[in-house]
Design a protein around this ligand. Structure first.
Ligand code: GLA
Length: 436
């Protein structure tokens, strides 16, 4: 290619995806793993509750189970420590140190153990003076802390934003830690909460954030309840024009942890959380107890069809295309001209409700011209056969449940034939307006 051609391509790429200053090549697809916070919080009482307290044993057990019980094989890779792992003081050289009674072997040994299982270790720190739970923060020590994490063999840093002081410290702190991680030469995935802490003051600059972080939290902490999960989904839909375009390989919006397998969500609500996190191209960081998880929740979290959608190489985040009669319809474009759709029944009274979906009303209706194959993935796998533009899918959806399905160009059709057909169609008519 001539030089001008190359620079034109580079310019176009830079316009689509801003240059990544965080040069770690990580998170090409949404991160998958386990993170302790929602389920284990700041339980530091290893005397009375040794099985559930924040200690090296907890992460070693989770790592063991992730290998033994098919989690690693399904794609879950990162075992992540959240707040409350630190000692109350830095050491004599100002280096961070873990609580000596709960992490007697130290983080390096723990990282070695996790690596010996073929998994990766995540850790937590804060941009301000103190973490949210009151342990020493990284402010004033970004380089030293990044070097410490790299020396220990840490693979992911969740960087919180509590106690940040001024907005300058918040923004510069997130950027400086990103640079400090880069400078270590170790590839450390950088998980930020920068926009969440900026929102009370002004709208965050997401183009900027994407340059420094591999994912970023936008909204408050997930709780083990449908109310909480629903509020995250709604926030995402309301802000989709701002946040969806910026997501893609290397940088993702993070709606917080999956709470599937805990106490607060009904089966249908667990299905909905999984479906929506997959549609939203969200990091899949479970916070549950893998040692005692219900087999049904485990099957849902390990469902290979869902994980394939989550990890789709096109890396586009889905968006809500409409709301009708208390049904929310979402779509996510996938590689190969495929789409995933989710229809969420928001009504929380009564029984299952019917939603007739005429394929011609979808913005991506062309995929079904002249024919498409429809496959239901959730709540159960079902081949819905070959359909066309005029087909109506008769969906029946439980209260607070979701049906997730994919629409694929029918394999019997040559791509070229479809392209020609679409071209002719485009000449003749406009895309039908969505009913939504
Ligand atoms: C904040 C974060 C949570 C968790 C806690 C730990 O609330 O948003 O995800 O890390 O701090 O204290």
């Amino acid at each position: 290619m001539a030089k001008t051609g190359v620079s034109l391509v580079i310019t176009i790429c830079a316009l689509i995806y801003p240059v990544h200053l965080l040069d770690n090549g990580l998170a090409q697809t949404p991160t998958m793993g386990w993170l302790h916070w929602e389920r284990f919080l700041c339980n530091v009482d290893c005397v009375n509750d040794p099985h559930n307290c924040i200690s090296e044993q907890l992460y070693m057990q989770m790592a063991d189970i992730m290998v033994q019980e098919g989690w690693k094989e399904a794609g879950y890779e990162y075992v992540c420590i959240d707040d409350c792992w630190l000692a109350q003081e830095r050491d004599a050289q100002d280096r961070l140190q873990p609580d000596p009674t709960r992490f007697p072997s130290g983080i390096k040994k723990l990282a070695d153990y996790v690596h010996s299982k073929g998994l990766k270790l995540g850790i937590y720190q804060d941009v301000g003076n103190l973490t949210c739970a009151g342990y020493p923060g990284s402010h004033g020590y970004y380089d030293l802390d990044a070097e410490t994490f790299a020396d220990w063999g840490v693979d992911l840093l969740k960087f919180d934003g509590c106690n940040f002081g001024t907005l300058d410290i918040l923004v510069e702190g997130y950027k400086n830690m990103s640079r400090a991680l880069n400078a270590t030469g170790r590839n450390i995935l950088y998980s930020c909460e920068w926009p969440l802490y900026l929102w009370p003051f002004h709208q965050p600059n997401y183009t900027d954030i994407r340059q420094y972080c591999n994912h970023w939290r936008n909204y408050g902490d997930v709780y083990d309840s449908w109310q909480s999960v629903k509020s995250i989904i709604d926030w995402t839909a309301i802000h989709q024009n701002l946040i969806v375009p910026v997501a893609g390989p290397g940088g993702w919006n993070d709606p917080d942890m999956l709470v599937i397998g805990n106490y607060g969500l009904s089966w249908d609500q667990q299905v909905s959380q999984m479906a929506m996190w997959v549609i939203m191209a969200a990091p899949l960081l479970m916070s549950n107890d893998l040692r005692s998880i219900d087999p049904k929740s485990k099957m849902l979290l390990q469902n290979k069809h869902l994980i394939a959608i989550s990890q789709d190489p096109l890396g586009r985040q889905g968006y809500r295309i409409g709301r009708v009669n208390s049904f929310d319809v979402w779509e996510r474009p996938l590689s190969g001209g495929r789409y995933a759709f989710a229809v969420l029944n928001r009504q929380e009274i009564g029984g299952p409700r019917q939603f007739p979906l005429l394929l011609a009303t979808l913005p991506s209706w062309k995929t079904c011209h002249p024919e498409c194959r429809v496959t239901q993935i959730l709540p159960s796998y079902q081949d819905l056969g070959v359909q066309n533009l005029f087909s109506t899918l008769k969906l029946t959806i439980n209260p607070s449940g979701t049906i997730l399905f994919t629409v694929t160009l029918n394999e019997g059709l040559a791509a070229e034939q479809k392209w020609n057909w679409n071209r002719n169609m485009n000449k003749k008519r406009k895309t039908p307006n969505s009913v939504f």
